[in-house]
Ligand binder design. Structure first.
Ligand code: HEC
Length: 141
């Protein structure tokens, strides 16, 4: 009896904090700082240009392939950054194309580790598709 009352009391406190927004999920991580344009310019654009260039300009040594792999990492992770609360647009296209960007980046990462130029080219085609499908709906020019 006594124990149940104690549990009820603790539950009440948790609910009160929750209602006050103190432990709401959004509060657990800081809001994103960079704008979409900044994210495009810092990560997405240079990293995708690096990958698009590989078939014409095949890396000749370890450091060249490391740079390609680093760009693939940036693209794979930028999909997740585009999906963050406070940045993501509330649309199916946004969700699908952010995921497609991450998947294209992951395909490029595998290809970079294997130093497979043809597979980088295929990942590049997936990338272009993801960029274009998102911009078509969300980039108002
Ligand atoms: C999930 C959506 C999304 C994806 C995927 C995406 N973009 Fe963007 N991009 C945007 C939005 C939104 C803007 C416009 C931001 C604004 O003007 O506020 C933008 C802007 C840009 C710009 C203009 C930047 C500037 O300086 O004004 C370029 C270039 C660009 N994106 C390139 C790319 C490339 C390359 C890819 C794929 C490798 C890509 N984007 C993938 C949403 C996306």
């Amino acid at each position: 009896m006594k124990q149940r009352a104690a549990v009820g009391w603790r539950f009440g406190v948790v609910v009160a904090f929750w209602l006050a927004g103190v432990v709401s999920p959004q509060e657990t991580e800081p809001p994103p700082e960079a704008t979409i344009t900044e994210l495009m310019q810092a990560m997405v654009i240079p990293a995708s240009n690096k990958l698009f260039d590989v078939p014409r300009n095949v890396p000749q040594d370890d450091s060249g392939w490391d740079a390609v792999r680093n760009s693939a990492v940036l693209l794979a992770e930028s999909g997740t950054l585009l999906m963050r609360d406070g940045r993501a647009e509330d649309s199916d296209v946004w969700a699908a194309t952010s995921r497609a960007l991450a998947e294209a980046g992951e395909a490029a990462l595998k290809a970079a580790r294997a130093r497979d130029v043809e597979a980088i080219g295929e990942a590049g085609n997936l990338l272009i598709d993801a960029c274009e499908r998102c911009h078509e709906k969300h980039w108002i020019r």
